[in-house]
Design a protein around this ligand. Structure first.
Ligand SMILES: [Zn+2]
Length: 391
């Protein structure tokens, strides 16, 4: 990567323009499933910049995804910049700048990053810097669980609105995550036939859903110890965890339902389907042993994945990072689950999460240093040049 390009990119990234974009996006509250107005704001910004914008319902007509393309006009690969416009359901904190830091809802997770990726798109266009191929810029709703279910990313995959590699500007600046665990949130509902009844009036043989719940919790606890044996050098090991157990109204009434909620996490290369089948099997055994029925909702937030460290995307990113900072990023694991898990595990599209060293995601105190947003804009622009230009 030549120094002249680095110099041009550095001079063309416009800190003020980037900041104004971030503030404009943060200023529109967009809790998950209600990101329509923020998507409209993003469309307006892109349109004012002269990009032609497509909107696709992508399985959530309330907030059609926003899509813009920067095409070099020459055949080559497509790099996608993708972000979620929705936020966790917490009270809205308006945007504010103080001490060179951007505050407000989603400044870290992840409208700050989206604004940085958009700035990269502008810079690439101004400099006509894409040697070949194209950059696909997308933004959508339905990311944050448990309110969202990833449906828009899955629809984008089904409809082919994706690149050959994806960059996600979430709040993770280091390491470069080339692997991640899968995550499912489960809710098991244990039931017996009949009505709630006074304990002394129970017909003989009435199944005890509370005891079944306790048995299930114990079983999962023991299983968790066994799962530690399934390990991966980067991401750690498998686990299952119960965080919520609920049953009964009063001390001497036999209830008909018991709820057990928790998580199941797993390492690559296990598939979500295999993990889910195994989980259902454990629940079926508990149901049979306790004379109850157990239904389970097993909501896969994202599968486990690993990206080849020699892949075009990793190589392009490291070239860009080295040009900008003098060194490559250490490779590591992604501590959380994001849309990159869906791209990589369900569609086989290499996906790298890299964004500002921002803090406070999922709290009322989100903060993104502006210099970090500027850095991300540069590294995204340079990554696109390397990815789209490599033979
Ligand atoms: Zn996020």
């Amino acid at each position: 990567m030549n120094d002249a390009l680095l110099d041009q990119v550095s001079r063309t990234v416009d800190r003020q323009r980037l900041l104004e974009t971030a503030i404009a996006l943060i200023g529109v509250p967009s809790p998950t499933r209600s990101a329509g107005a923020a998507a409209n704001r993003l469309e307006d910004i892109l349109t004012a910049d002269g990009f032609s914008v497509e909107r696709h319902a992508a399985d959530w007509p309330e907030a059609p995804i926003v899509l813009a393309v920067l095409d070099s006009g020459r055949p080559g690969p497509t790099l996608q910049f993708d972000g979620h416009l929705d936020t966790v359901h917490l009270p809205f904190v308006p945007p504010r700048v103080e001490d060179d830091t951007l505050y407000g809802s989603s400044s870290a997770d992840m409208k700050g990053g989206i604004a940085a990726a958009l700035e990269a798109l502008r810079v690439l266009r101004t400099l006509d810097a894409l040697p070949a191929g194209r950059v696909l810029f997308t933004a959508h709703d339905h990311h944050e669980g448990p309110w969202g279910d990833g449906r828009q990313v899955r629809a984008m995959i089904r409809e082919g609105l994706v690149g050959d590699g994806v960059m996600l500007p979430e709040y993770l600046a280091t390491p470069l995550p080339v692997a991640g665990r899968g995550l499912a949130i489960f809710q098991a509902t244990i039931r017996r036939d009949g009505e709630p009844v006074h304990e002394v009036l129970r017909p003989p043989g009435t199944p005890d859903v509370v005891a079944a719940g306790a048995q299930l919790v114990n079983r999962l606890h023991t299983w968790n110890e066994e799962l530690k044996g399934n390990s991966h050098p980067l991401v750690g090991h498998d686990s299952t965890f119960v965080g919520n157990l609920k049953a009964g109204e009063i001390y001497n009434q036999s209830p008909t339902e018991c709820f057990v909620q928790g998580t199941r996490r797993w390492v690559p290369p296990a598939s979500s389907t295999t993990v889910q089948d195994e989980f259902s099997q454990v629940l079926a055994e508990t149901a049979a042993a306790t004379g109850t029925e157990i239904d389970v909702e097993f909501a896969v937030q994202g599968g486990a994945y690993q990206i080849e460290s020699e892949s075009r995307l990793v190589h392009a990113f490291q070239q860009a990072h080295t040009a900008l900072t003098g060194s490559s990023l250490p490779l590591g694991a992604k501590p959380f689950v994001d849309d990159g898990n869906i791209y990589a595990s369900e569609a086989g599209i290499p996906a790298l999460t890299h964004g500002p060293a921002a803090t406070g995601a999922h709290t009322l105190h989100e903060a993104a240093p502006i210099e970090e947003l500027v850095r991300v804009a540069k590294v995204y622009a340079l990554t696109a040049v390397a990815f789209c230009g490599e033979a």
